[in-house]
Design a protein around this ligand. Sequence first.
Ligand SMILES: NC(=O)c1ccc[n+]([C@@H]2O[C@H](COP(=O)([O-])OP(=O)(O)OC[C@H]3O[C@@H](n4cnc5c(N)ncnc54)[C@H](OP(=O)(O)O)[C@@H]3O)[C@@H](O)[C@H]2O)c1
Length: 290
Amino acid sequence: MSVRALVVDPTAPGAVRLAEVSDPTPGPGQVLVAVSHASLNYGDLNDARSGRVPEGAVLGSDAAGVVVQAAADGSGPAVGTRVVALTSGAFAERVAIDVGALAEVPKALDLARAVALPVAAVAALRSLRAAGLGPDKTVLVTGASGGVGRFAVQLAARAGAHVIASVGSAARGKGLAEAGADDVLIGLEGLRRPVDVVIDSVGGPQLVAAWNLLSPGGSVQSRLDLRGTRGLSAVRDRRPGQVPDLLRRRRRRRRGPRVSHRAGRRGCPHRRDRLARILGPLRRGLQGPA
Ligand SMILES: NC(=O)c1ccc[n+]([C@@H]2O[C@H](COP(=O)([O-])OP(=O)(O)OC[C@H]3O[C@@H](n4cnc5c(N)ncnc54)[C@H](OP(=O)(O)O)[C@@H]3O)[C@@H](O)[C@H]2O)c1
């Protein structure tokens, strides 16, 4: 039996095409999910074009649907459970998924909404956690109109931070004040006050400008693919190094900023916990306690 899927094809427009692939057989610790919803992230199409995902492989990371076959070892959700997952090969009608890579979706939450959470909301949550968010902090979110940015604005606001959302145009800033942004700016023009945390989705000159706004000890977190890394986390020291060094990861200088890089962590054991952390507040309602 086969299922329909979106697969990588370098010769197709966007390097993606619809294809029939073999119906997956769940391995140990995996459930089979009938996927009814998928969410397209910026990184998915990048993956297709980059050559990182082999030709013919199923694309996608965010999927939601119903468990149609439980894990043979009894772990994970039962048949009929509605789930959302962060997994490779998500864009297929049926996907075998590690039980550690999915979370049960509360009844009150539409799968169409839940499926937007894994990549973007977990990235935002991880970035804010890495930055050490507190209620007295000022957080600048660049690319705040994007997937990661909008979740970062909401999560930082819920944590009690003062949130400055930077966007490319007034039209793209719509809804961000309602999402919790205290200030919505076009670019970074006119921003003079120091910030404690930068959550970056833009990179380039805007990341450099944002770095220069950081207070001593402030932290920048970017999920961008910077020179082959899958993100960057840096703390501005009291004696900051030159900004370009921030992006030249192999040249760590004594007095330069402390920089660390994350590899992709698809097998991360805490992923389910992060999904649950995102889904928990939603289950209690967006206005409920964090
Ligand atoms: N490593 C990971 O785990 C991970 C996870 C998630 C995302 N990411 C990466 O993080 C980045 C953001 O992801 P996303 O899903 O949020 O992407 P997205 O939805 O496309 O958002 C990107 C945002 O950046 C803005 N932007 C881009 N160039 C700009 C510029 N020159 N000036 C001002 N704004 C600019 C866009 O503004 P407009 O809305 O005006 O176009 C958009 O709001 C991507 O590079 C993605 O690959 C990595």
